[in-house]
Design a protein around this ligand. Structure first.
Ligand code: F6P
Length: 324
């Protein structure tokens, strides 16, 4: 392998730049050339490439977002799009790819590999932490800290006004952010897609909170929650059934994806980037690099895509106990 392409794809996450830096510099360390591919698979189709050397990634380890930009490419889902991408890679003498992204990005990489036998290694980058084969995805730790910081501020105003806040956090299909940030911020209840607590239990819990003398309540809801009502409908429901509560809604949205990566995410990105390139140089392909039991290990990309990341159900009990 003489030339490796690197791209970021799907929703950006803090730590992606640190991973790009690690990939580029590991290539430089091993005297392999590295090409940055802009706007994910879309840039691969459009031939948006730029040679990168060790000095082209100076001072990016601390930056949120991705200097390579990102996209969710519809064209790459078509055979024609992938053929165009393959031709561009061949014309630029790129002979392997490092894909930094989430499940959709890995699915694209896998299909591409199956069609063209093109070596691909995945680095898990998403704030959702919903990827099988790693305990932490890049950006998840930073997002947790961002969410906790914001909920702390919401708590200030909630307790000043004796209010109940429904706070919606990201996590398209997963409750990792809600569950962990919820415990970290001392939430009274946490609603996640993996566990449907039901409306009755929610009301019951809110009644108990009030009766125990709490001056404010925070309910954290993952956006992918399955309770059957969105945050505004939940507010209306509580307004109707518990008029003693003054309810407000706060949707944290995309601010959760931005900001300076935490030290944890920077170190993880560096470890994953080194391993991704060295795995390709060892002649291996079709793996995702991930952190399992504090070791950087390989998981076949196919398993990473098909497997389901599990939340730690013991945390639900912990939350129930510490929020009484
Ligand atoms: O996958 C990361 C994520 O931030 C999810 O939590 C969220 O559902 C989704 O991306 C939002 O995507 P977009 O930025 O395309 O609206």
């Amino acid at each position: 392998i003489k030339r490796i392409g690197v791209l970021t794809s799907g929703g950006d996450s803090p730590g992606m730049n640190a991973a790009i830096r690690a990939v580029v510099r590991t290539c430089a360390f091993h005297n392999v050339s590295c090409i940055g591919i802009y706007r994910g698979y879309q840039g691969m189709i459009e031939g948006d490439f730029k040679e990168m050397g060790a000095r082209s990634v100076n001072n990016i380890i601390n930056k949120g977002g991705t200097i390579l930009k990102s996209a969710r490419s519809k064209d790459f889902m078509t055979k024609e799009g992938r053929e165009q991408a393959y031709n561009n890679l061949r014309n630029s003498n790129i002979d392997a790819l490092v894909v930094i992204g989430g499940n959709g990005s890995f699915t694209g990489g896998l299909v591409f590999n199956q069609e063209y036998n093109f070596p691909v290694i995945g680095i898990p980058g998403t704030i959702d932490n919903d990827i099988y084969g790693t305990s932490f995805t890049l950006g998840y730790d930073t997002a947790l800290n961002t969410v906790v910081e914001v909920i702390d501020k919401i708590r200030d105003t909630a307790s000043s006004h004796n209010r109940l806040f429904f706070v919606e956090v990201m996590g398209r299909d997963a409750g990792h952010i809600a569950l962990n940030a919820g415990i970290g911020a001392g939430a009274e209840e946490i609603l996640i897609p993996e566990e449907d607590m039901g409306l009755d239990r929610l009301l019951d819990s809110l009644r108990k909170s009030k009766a125990s003398g709490k001056s404010s309540s925070i309910v954290v809801i993952a956006e992918g929650d399955k309770i059957g009502k969105n945050v505004f409908e939940l507010k209306d429901y509580v307004d109707e059934n518990m008029p003693e509560y003054d309810v407000r809604v706060s949707i944290l949205g995309h601010m959760q994806r931005g900001g300076t990566p935490s030290c944890f995410d920077r170190v993880l990105a560096s470890r994953l980037g080194v391993k991704a390139v060295e795995t390709l140089l060892e002649g291996k392909s079709n793996y995702m690099v991930g952190l399992l039991k504090d070791e950087i290990l390989l998981t076949p990309l196919e398993h990473a895509v098909k497997g389901k990341s599990q939340i730690d159900k013991k945390l639900i009990r912990v939350s129930d106990i510490v929020s009484i």
